[in-house]
Design a binder for this molecule. Structure first.
Ligand code: FE2
Ligand code: FE2
Length: 168
């Protein structure tokens, strides 16, 4: 279903479509993170990815609760945006031999993923509130808070050791 699909008629339809988009994206992220854990060398980065994999599994569970609260079936729709971000990260990482440069590339790829999630959750929270679903909004907020905290940690890593090591 395309973004301007004729199946989307109301804000409620758009909310459900976008919920399904992020549901699919979170599932793709749980598939991509184990490979990123394998490729990471810096122990803090590896542990950070492991922690975020567990959090991402929690994001999927919270989304399932949101679907249930809203009375719609939990299912994903193709999200070419997240597929593209993950595919590009794979392409770039495939060409890197230096471990520290690889870590810098992994941080950059992970931040692109987090920013995608942050924009989706921000939108979904605004629409949930507009639709009178503060119950859904507060669950979505928990996911958003974890994405933002992850993004912040990645920025700290990029600014400190990961980038410094790549420049050596
Ligand atoms: Fe997530
Ligand atoms: Fe995330």
């Amino acid at each position: 279903m395309g973004f301007f699909s004729k199946d989307i008629k109301s804000l409620d339809d758009l909310f459900v479509h976008t919920l399904r988009d992020i549901y699919y994206a979170e599932q793709q992220i749980t598939r991509a993170l184990p490979q990123m854990i394998d490729k990471a060398t810096n122990p803090a980065l590896k542990q950070g990815f492991e922690k975020h994999l567990r959090e991402t599994e929690g994001h999927i569970q919270r989304l399932e609760e949101v679907f249930e609260l809203h009375g719609v079936k939990a299912k994903g729709v193709d999200c070419p945006a997240i597929d593209g971000i993950i595919e590009e990260a794979d392409d770039v990482a495939g060409d890197i031999d230096d471990k520290q440069v690889m870590d810098a590339a992994l941080v950059a790829a992970a931040q692109a993923v987090e920013h995608y999630e942050i924009t989706r959750y921000g939108t979904l929270i605004a629409w949930a509130n507009e639709l009178g679903r503060s119950d859904c909004a507060s669950l979505l907020q928990k996911n958003l808070d974890e994405e933002k905290a992850t993004d912040k940690k990645l920025t700290e890593m990029a600014e400190s050791r990961v980038n410094l090591q790549a420049a050596e």
